[in-house]
Design a protein around this ligand. Structure first.
Ligand code: NAD
Length: 355
Protein backbone atom coordinates (compact mmCIF):
# COMPACT_ATOMS: atom_id res chain seq x y z
CA UNK A 1 0.00 0.00 0.00
CA UNK A 2 1.29 3.44 -0.87
CA UNK A 3 -0.39 5.04 2.19
CA UNK A 4 -2.15 3.89 5.36
CA UNK A 5 -4.85 6.21 6.68
CA UNK A 6 -6.95 6.00 9.85
CA UNK A 7 -10.63 6.13 8.90
CA UNK A 8 -13.05 7.34 11.59
CA UNK A 9 -16.65 6.90 10.33
CA UNK A 10 -18.20 9.05 13.10
CA UNK A 11 -21.96 8.98 13.68
CA UNK A 12 -25.17 10.50 12.30
CA UNK A 13 -24.59 10.91 8.56
CA UNK A 14 -20.84 10.29 9.10
CA UNK A 15 -20.65 6.62 8.05
CA UNK A 16 -22.52 7.12 4.75
CA UNK A 17 -20.41 10.17 3.84
CA UNK A 18 -17.18 8.40 4.78
CA UNK A 19 -18.13 5.40 2.62
CA UNK A 20 -18.90 7.65 -0.38
CA UNK A 21 -15.60 9.49 0.10
CA UNK A 22 -13.59 6.32 0.49
CA UNK A 23 -14.94 5.04 -2.84
CA UNK A 24 -14.04 8.29 -4.62
CA UNK A 25 -10.51 8.38 -3.19
CA UNK A 26 -9.96 4.70 -4.05
CA UNK A 27 -11.02 5.49 -7.63
CA UNK A 28 -8.50 8.36 -7.87
CA UNK A 29 -5.66 5.94 -8.57
CA UNK A 30 -3.90 6.28 -5.21
CA UNK A 31 -3.53 3.07 -3.18
CA UNK A 32 -4.69 3.68 0.37
CA UNK A 33 -4.92 1.09 3.14
CA UNK A 34 -7.79 2.18 5.41
CA UNK A 35 -7.49 1.43 9.13
CA UNK A 36 -11.07 1.80 10.37
CA UNK A 37 -11.38 3.09 13.95
CA UNK A 38 -14.84 3.60 15.41
CA UNK A 39 -15.19 6.49 17.86
CA UNK A 40 -17.94 8.69 19.29
CA UNK A 41 -21.29 7.85 20.83
CA UNK A 42 -21.43 4.39 19.22
CA UNK A 43 -18.43 3.07 21.22
CA UNK A 44 -19.09 4.97 24.43
CA UNK A 45 -21.17 2.30 26.15
CA UNK A 46 -18.88 -0.61 25.26
CA UNK A 47 -15.54 1.10 25.86
CA UNK A 48 -16.46 3.68 28.50
CA UNK A 49 -15.13 6.61 26.45
CA UNK A 50 -16.09 8.12 23.09
CA UNK A 51 -12.41 8.50 22.21
CA UNK A 52 -10.54 5.28 23.07
CA UNK A 53 -6.71 5.34 23.11
CA UNK A 54 -6.62 2.95 20.11
CA UNK A 55 -8.07 5.73 17.89
CA UNK A 56 -5.40 8.23 18.92
CA UNK A 57 -2.66 5.57 18.63
CA UNK A 58 -3.80 4.73 15.12
CA UNK A 59 -3.66 8.38 13.95
CA UNK A 60 -0.28 8.85 15.67
CA UNK A 61 1.07 5.79 13.88
CA UNK A 62 -0.36 6.58 10.43
CA UNK A 63 0.03 10.37 10.86
CA UNK A 64 -3.08 10.92 8.72
CA UNK A 65 -6.79 10.44 9.40
CA UNK A 66 -10.05 10.97 7.53
CA UNK A 67 -13.02 11.53 9.79
CA UNK A 68 -16.81 11.71 9.58
CA UNK A 69 -18.64 14.14 11.87
CA UNK A 70 -19.43 13.16 15.46
CA UNK A 71 -22.40 14.22 17.58
CA UNK A 72 -21.91 16.15 20.81
CA UNK A 73 -25.14 15.79 22.83
CA UNK A 74 -26.19 19.16 24.26
CA UNK A 75 -26.71 19.72 27.94
CA UNK A 76 -25.32 16.30 29.01
CA UNK A 77 -21.88 17.35 30.21
CA UNK A 78 -20.29 15.17 27.49
CA UNK A 79 -17.45 17.16 25.92
CA UNK A 80 -16.91 17.20 22.18
CA UNK A 81 -14.91 14.26 20.83
CA UNK A 82 -13.93 16.44 17.90
CA UNK A 83 -12.36 19.01 20.20
CA UNK A 84 -10.70 16.27 22.31
CA UNK A 85 -9.15 14.68 19.21
CA UNK A 86 -7.68 18.00 18.09
CA UNK A 87 -6.33 18.67 21.56
CA UNK A 88 -4.89 15.18 22.18
CA UNK A 89 -3.05 15.19 18.85
CA UNK A 90 -2.15 18.88 19.12
CA UNK A 91 -3.72 19.59 15.72
CA UNK A 92 -3.14 23.29 16.14
CA UNK A 93 -4.06 24.51 12.65
CA UNK A 94 -7.58 24.32 11.28
CA UNK A 95 -7.46 24.80 7.53
CA UNK A 96 -10.66 25.69 5.69
CA UNK A 97 -10.37 26.51 1.99
CA UNK A 98 -13.52 28.24 0.72
CA UNK A 99 -13.60 28.17 -3.04
CA UNK A 100 -16.62 28.85 -5.21
CA UNK A 101 -17.19 26.16 -7.83
CA UNK A 102 -19.19 26.87 -11.00
CA UNK A 103 -22.73 25.61 -10.57
CA UNK A 104 -22.94 26.31 -6.83
CA UNK A 105 -25.57 28.89 -5.98
CA UNK A 106 -23.95 31.94 -4.39
CA UNK A 107 -24.33 35.71 -4.42
CA UNK A 108 -20.78 36.02 -5.73
CA UNK A 109 -18.91 35.17 -8.93
CA UNK A 110 -15.47 34.57 -7.53
CA UNK A 111 -14.49 33.55 -4.02
CA UNK A 112 -11.26 31.71 -3.27
CA UNK A 113 -10.38 32.21 0.39
CA UNK A 114 -8.45 30.06 2.83
CA UNK A 115 -9.26 30.39 6.52
CA UNK A 116 -6.48 29.32 8.90
CA UNK A 117 -7.89 29.07 12.42
CA UNK A 118 -5.87 28.49 15.58
CA UNK A 119 -7.28 25.33 17.12
CA UNK A 120 -5.98 24.99 20.68
CA UNK A 121 -6.16 28.28 22.60
CA UNK A 122 -8.50 31.21 23.14
CA UNK A 123 -11.96 30.79 24.66
CA UNK A 124 -11.92 27.15 23.48
CA UNK A 125 -9.21 26.21 26.00
CA UNK A 126 -11.98 25.00 28.30
CA UNK A 127 -10.93 27.17 31.26
CA UNK A 128 -14.36 28.08 32.57
CA UNK A 129 -15.86 28.79 35.97
CA UNK A 130 -19.56 28.63 36.79
CA UNK A 131 -21.27 31.62 38.40
CA UNK A 132 -20.98 31.37 42.18
CA UNK A 133 -17.93 29.05 42.12
CA UNK A 134 -14.94 29.69 44.36
CA UNK A 135 -12.66 30.14 41.31
CA UNK A 136 -15.02 32.69 39.78
CA UNK A 137 -15.04 34.55 43.11
CA UNK A 138 -11.23 34.66 43.13
CA UNK A 139 -11.06 36.10 39.62
CA UNK A 140 -13.84 38.58 40.39
CA UNK A 141 -11.72 39.69 43.35
CA UNK A 142 -8.67 40.21 41.10
CA UNK A 143 -10.73 42.26 38.64
CA UNK A 144 -11.36 44.97 41.25
CA UNK A 145 -14.94 45.87 40.43
CA UNK A 146 -14.84 45.24 36.66
CA UNK A 147 -16.84 42.00 36.89
CA UNK A 148 -20.29 41.62 38.45
CA UNK A 149 -20.32 39.23 41.45
CA UNK A 150 -22.87 36.88 39.82
CA UNK A 151 -20.83 36.40 36.62
CA UNK A 152 -19.74 33.08 35.09
CA UNK A 153 -16.22 33.29 33.65
CA UNK A 154 -14.53 31.84 30.55
CA UNK A 155 -10.84 32.58 30.20
CA UNK A 156 -9.25 33.61 26.90
CA UNK A 157 -5.60 32.53 26.80
CA UNK A 158 -3.56 33.58 23.73
CA UNK A 159 0.17 32.82 23.79
CA UNK A 160 3.12 34.03 21.72
CA UNK A 161 3.94 30.36 21.03
CA UNK A 162 0.42 29.55 19.79
CA UNK A 163 0.18 32.74 17.72
CA UNK A 164 3.62 32.30 16.19
CA UNK A 165 3.02 28.75 15.02
CA UNK A 166 -0.42 29.44 13.51
CA UNK A 167 0.74 32.55 11.63
CA UNK A 168 3.87 30.72 10.48
CA UNK A 169 1.59 27.89 9.26
CA UNK A 170 -0.52 30.42 7.29
CA UNK A 171 2.55 31.92 5.59
CA UNK A 172 4.04 28.50 4.81
CA UNK A 173 0.68 27.46 3.34
CA UNK A 174 0.61 30.65 1.25
CA UNK A 175 4.09 30.00 -0.16
CA UNK A 176 3.42 26.30 -0.86
CA UNK A 177 0.12 27.06 -2.61
CA UNK A 178 1.10 30.15 -4.61
CA UNK A 179 -1.03 32.49 -2.49
CA UNK A 180 -0.28 36.23 -2.51
CA UNK A 181 -1.50 37.64 0.79
CA UNK A 182 -2.02 36.74 4.45
CA UNK A 183 -4.48 38.81 6.50
CA UNK A 184 -4.31 38.64 10.32
CA UNK A 185 -7.67 39.21 12.02
CA UNK A 186 -8.43 39.95 15.69
CA UNK A 187 -9.64 42.90 17.78
CA UNK A 188 -6.77 44.55 19.63
CA UNK A 189 -8.52 47.90 20.01
CA UNK A 190 -10.55 46.16 22.74
CA UNK A 191 -8.50 43.10 23.79
CA UNK A 192 -5.13 44.79 23.99
CA UNK A 193 -3.39 42.02 25.92
CA UNK A 194 -4.52 38.89 24.05
CA UNK A 195 -5.29 40.16 20.55
CA UNK A 196 -2.48 42.72 20.81
CA UNK A 197 -0.06 39.84 21.35
CA UNK A 198 -1.56 37.99 18.38
CA UNK A 199 -0.97 40.94 16.01
CA UNK A 200 2.51 41.74 17.36
CA UNK A 201 3.55 38.13 16.85
CA UNK A 202 1.96 38.06 13.37
CA UNK A 203 3.95 41.16 12.33
CA UNK A 204 7.20 39.47 13.40
CA UNK A 205 6.39 36.36 11.37
CA UNK A 206 5.33 38.49 8.37
CA UNK A 207 8.79 40.14 8.28
CA UNK A 208 10.32 36.73 7.45
CA UNK A 209 8.19 36.59 4.30
CA UNK A 210 8.63 40.21 3.16
CA UNK A 211 8.84 40.44 -0.62
CA UNK A 212 7.35 36.97 -0.93
CA UNK A 213 3.87 37.18 0.62
CA UNK A 214 1.95 40.39 1.33
CA UNK A 215 0.66 40.97 4.87
CA UNK A 216 -2.21 43.06 6.18
CA UNK A 217 -4.46 43.32 9.25
CA UNK A 218 -8.17 43.83 9.87
CA UNK A 219 -10.33 44.06 12.94
CA UNK A 220 -12.72 41.11 13.01
CA UNK A 221 -15.94 43.16 12.85
CA UNK A 222 -14.74 45.22 9.87
CA UNK A 223 -13.50 42.03 8.20
CA UNK A 224 -16.98 40.48 8.41
CA UNK A 225 -18.35 43.41 6.44
CA UNK A 226 -15.49 43.28 3.93
CA UNK A 227 -16.05 39.56 3.35
CA UNK A 228 -19.75 39.88 2.59
CA UNK A 229 -19.12 42.84 0.28
CA UNK A 230 -15.78 42.16 -1.45
CA UNK A 231 -14.58 38.62 -0.73
CA UNK A 232 -12.49 38.66 -3.93
CA UNK A 233 -10.01 41.06 -2.32
CA UNK A 234 -8.84 38.49 0.27
CA UNK A 235 -6.69 35.42 0.12
CA UNK A 236 -5.38 33.61 3.24
CA UNK A 237 -6.98 34.70 6.54
CA UNK A 238 -5.35 33.80 9.87
CA UNK A 239 -7.29 34.11 13.13
CA UNK A 240 -7.40 33.05 16.77
CA UNK A 241 -9.80 30.20 17.57
CA UNK A 242 -13.17 31.88 18.23
CA UNK A 243 -13.03 34.44 15.41
CA UNK A 244 -11.76 31.63 13.16
CA UNK A 245 -14.72 29.43 14.02
CA UNK A 246 -17.21 32.17 13.17
CA UNK A 247 -15.50 33.47 10.04
CA UNK A 248 -14.99 30.00 8.60
CA UNK A 249 -18.75 29.39 8.68
CA UNK A 250 -19.30 32.84 7.18
CA UNK A 251 -16.85 32.00 4.37
CA UNK A 252 -18.50 28.57 3.89
CA UNK A 253 -21.76 30.51 3.38
CA UNK A 254 -20.12 32.63 0.67
CA UNK A 255 -19.27 29.53 -1.35
CA UNK A 256 -22.54 27.65 -1.06
CA UNK A 257 -22.91 26.42 2.50
CA UNK A 258 -21.93 23.55 4.76
CA UNK A 259 -22.52 20.83 2.18
CA UNK A 260 -19.52 21.90 0.11
CA UNK A 261 -16.98 23.23 2.65
CA UNK A 262 -13.98 20.97 3.37
CA UNK A 263 -11.51 21.18 6.23
CA UNK A 264 -8.36 19.83 7.80
CA UNK A 265 -6.88 19.86 11.29
CA UNK A 266 -3.12 19.84 11.04
CA UNK A 267 -0.42 19.43 13.69
CA UNK A 268 3.32 18.97 13.68
CA UNK A 269 3.09 15.17 13.65
CA UNK A 270 -0.31 14.33 12.21
CA UNK A 271 -3.34 15.66 10.36
CA UNK A 272 -7.04 14.77 10.40
CA UNK A 273 -9.26 15.72 7.46
CA UNK A 274 -12.99 16.39 7.96
CA UNK A 275 -15.86 18.48 6.61
CA UNK A 276 -16.90 21.64 8.44
CA UNK A 277 -20.45 20.41 8.93
CA UNK A 278 -21.72 18.23 11.77
CA UNK A 279 -23.50 14.87 11.92
CA UNK A 280 -26.90 16.24 10.70
CA UNK A 281 -28.68 13.60 12.87
CA UNK A 282 -32.10 14.10 11.29
CA UNK A 283 -30.77 12.75 7.97
CA UNK A 284 -29.02 9.67 9.42
CA UNK A 285 -29.19 6.61 7.19
CA UNK A 286 -31.25 8.35 4.50
CA UNK A 287 -28.55 8.51 1.78
CA UNK A 288 -29.59 12.14 1.33
CA UNK A 289 -26.87 14.61 2.37
CA UNK A 290 -24.17 16.09 0.21
CA UNK A 291 -20.85 14.20 0.17
CA UNK A 292 -18.96 17.10 -1.50
CA UNK A 293 -17.52 18.60 1.70
CA UNK A 294 -16.00 15.31 2.84
CA UNK A 295 -14.85 14.36 -0.67
CA UNK A 296 -13.06 17.73 -0.96
CA UNK A 297 -11.57 17.12 2.52
CA UNK A 298 -10.29 13.85 1.07
CA UNK A 299 -8.87 15.84 -1.85
CA UNK A 300 -6.96 18.01 0.66
CA UNK A 301 -5.73 14.79 2.27
CA UNK A 302 -4.37 13.53 -1.06
CA UNK A 303 -2.40 16.79 -1.42
CA UNK A 304 -1.09 16.35 2.11
CA UNK A 305 -0.03 12.78 1.25
CA UNK A 306 2.03 14.13 -1.66
CA UNK A 307 -0.45 13.01 -4.35
CA UNK A 308 -1.25 16.29 -6.13
CA UNK A 309 -2.26 14.69 -9.44
CA UNK A 310 -4.81 12.40 -7.78
CA UNK A 311 -6.05 15.38 -5.74
CA UNK A 312 -6.50 17.37 -8.95
CA UNK A 313 -8.43 14.47 -10.53
CA UNK A 314 -10.82 14.33 -7.55
CA UNK A 315 -11.30 18.11 -7.55
CA UNK A 316 -11.88 18.31 -11.32
CA UNK A 317 -14.40 15.45 -11.28
CA UNK A 318 -16.28 16.90 -8.29
CA UNK A 319 -16.33 20.34 -9.93
CA UNK A 320 -17.60 18.83 -13.20
CA UNK A 321 -20.50 17.04 -11.49
CA UNK A 322 -21.42 20.21 -9.60
CA UNK A 323 -21.18 22.34 -12.76
CA UNK A 324 -23.46 19.95 -14.65
CA UNK A 325 -25.94 20.12 -11.76
CA UNK A 326 -27.67 16.84 -12.65
CA UNK A 327 -26.34 14.15 -10.30
CA UNK A 328 -26.25 16.35 -7.20
CA UNK A 329 -27.97 16.14 -3.82
CA UNK A 330 -31.10 18.12 -2.90
CA UNK A 331 -29.18 21.03 -1.33
CA UNK A 332 -27.47 21.82 -4.64
CA UNK A 333 -30.67 21.99 -6.67
CA UNK A 334 -32.32 25.41 -7.15
CA UNK A 335 -35.44 23.93 -5.50
CA UNK A 336 -34.69 21.76 -2.44
CA UNK A 337 -37.73 19.58 -3.25
CA UNK A 338 -36.52 18.87 -6.80
CA UNK A 339 -37.39 15.18 -7.39
CA UNK A 340 -34.36 14.77 -9.70
CA UNK A 341 -31.92 15.24 -6.79
CA UNK A 342 -29.79 12.13 -6.24
CA UNK A 343 -28.59 10.52 -3.01
CA UNK A 344 -25.19 10.63 -1.32
CA UNK A 345 -23.88 7.45 -2.90
CA UNK A 346 -25.24 8.29 -6.38
CA UNK A 347 -23.43 11.65 -6.33
CA UNK A 348 -20.24 9.76 -5.43
CA UNK A 349 -20.91 7.36 -8.34
CA UNK A 350 -21.20 10.35 -10.70
CA UNK A 351 -17.89 11.77 -9.45
CA UNK A 352 -16.21 8.40 -9.93
CA UNK A 353 -17.63 8.18 -13.46
CA UNK A 354 -16.38 11.72 -14.21
CA UNK A 355 -12.86 10.67 -13.17
P1 NAD B 1 -24.89 20.13 11.22
O1 NAD B 1 -23.79 20.64 10.35
O2 NAD B 1 -24.84 18.70 11.57
O3 NAD B 1 -26.30 20.34 10.49
C1 NAD B 1 -26.93 21.59 10.31
C2 NAD B 1 -27.79 21.51 9.05
O4 NAD B 1 -26.92 21.74 7.93
C3 NAD B 1 -28.41 20.15 8.78
O5 NAD B 1 -29.65 20.00 9.39
C4 NAD B 1 -28.52 20.16 7.30
O6 NAD B 1 -29.67 20.86 6.91
C5 NAD B 1 -27.31 20.93 6.86
N1 NAD B 1 -26.19 20.05 6.48
C6 NAD B 1 -25.12 19.70 7.24
N2 NAD B 1 -24.31 18.90 6.54
C7 NAD B 1 -24.88 18.74 5.34
C8 NAD B 1 -24.51 18.00 4.17
N3 NAD B 1 -23.41 17.28 4.09
N4 NAD B 1 -25.36 18.05 3.11
C9 NAD B 1 -26.48 18.77 3.13
N5 NAD B 1 -26.87 19.48 4.20
C10 NAD B 1 -26.07 19.47 5.28
O7 NAD B 1 -24.92 21.06 12.52
P2 NAD B 1 -25.70 20.90 13.89
O8 NAD B 1 -27.11 20.45 13.63
O9 NAD B 1 -25.44 22.15 14.61
O10 NAD B 1 -24.94 19.75 14.67
C11 NAD B 1 -25.33 18.38 14.68
C12 NAD B 1 -24.33 17.61 15.51
O11 NAD B 1 -23.05 17.61 14.86
C13 NAD B 1 -24.10 18.20 16.89
O12 NAD B 1 -24.04 17.14 17.82
C14 NAD B 1 -22.75 18.89 16.78
O13 NAD B 1 -22.06 18.92 18.00
C15 NAD B 1 -22.05 17.99 15.79
N6 NAD B 1 -20.94 18.67 15.05
C16 NAD B 1 -19.86 17.92 14.78
C17 NAD B 1 -18.82 18.45 14.05
C18 NAD B 1 -17.62 17.60 13.76
O14 NAD B 1 -17.71 16.38 13.86
N7 NAD B 1 -16.49 18.17 13.42
C19 NAD B 1 -18.91 19.76 13.56
C20 NAD B 1 -20.06 20.51 13.82
C21 NAD B 1 -21.08 19.93 14.56
Amino acid sequence: MAHTVTLIPGDGVGPELVEATRRVLDASGVRIGWEVQEAGLSVMEKEGTPLPARVLDSVRKNRVGLKGPMTTPRGTGIRSVNVALRRELDLYACLRPCKLYAGVRSRFDKVDLVVVRENTEDLYAGVEYEAGSEEAAQIIGLAKGKIRPDAAISIKPISAFGSERIVEYAFRYAVANGRKKVTAIAKDNIMKATDGLFYRTAREVAKRYEGQVEYDEWLVDAMCMQLVQKPELYDVLVLPNLYGDILSDLCAGLVGGLGVAPGANVGTDSAVFEAIHGSAPKYTGQNRVNPTALILSGMLMLKHLGEPEAAARVERATAAVIAEGKDVTYDMKPDRNDPTAVGTSQMADAIIAAM
